[in-house]
Ligand binder design. Sequence first.
Ligand SMILES: [Zn+2]
Length: 244
Amino acid sequence: MTNIEIISKIKDLNGFVNKYKKLLSIKEDIELRSSTQPGDTSIVCDCNNKKWILIYFPDDPIFLLIHELGHLHLAMITKCVYFAKQPNSNINRGIFQFVNTIVDAIVNYKISRFDKIYPFFINYIETVFNATKGGINIVNMPFPLSHYIDYYLELKFYFKKSELESLKPKIERFLKDYENQLILNRILDGKKLSLIKDSLEKLSEYLDSAESSTFIYCITKILKIIKMWSNGLINKNIKNIFQK
Ligand SMILES: [Zn+2]
């Protein structure tokens, strides 16, 4: 795509953004900007100008664009802006990566409850399945376990019955393949894996909640089960990320 093509596609997308902003009851001002990098889609607060900048690469799945709006939706329903806003103080990179991916999973749950968004969610998961047809390779991922957590929640708890049945073989194959990779690469053992799964089952029971403290509690608990950092470091970082 040329730069001009990107700009004109972004202009077309303004109407799309406004439509989904309305659906998700988002009142904030949002400026849409294009990115030239695939996978660069993100939302950042331009707090001085009281607006948000939504950066989108036009070839990324459209679900990723709606996902960024979903951060503002989650911030609105929980009255906690830190589900959308990046922390500015010194945060442990690994802890933030895990917090961020679990928040992403919560965002995706909330937005995929909307009938108009659910088909985009299915489409996004199909692109994940297609991209990993030849097998999952986690070797070059900085924190592969964080993405596993994200996929586990999304694949297990977000689909309606019909998709859950039709996609069941793909879901099972994907998770099993991912788990084997995590164990083979010594990122965890079977015991820790089952503890993590238990904590994700627990979180799944609270996905309909609108309480920020419930989500922050679940996230903290998962981090402590992963045991990559001391509990003190986890508590301190959680406090800084959510300003609580
Ligand atoms: Zn996100």
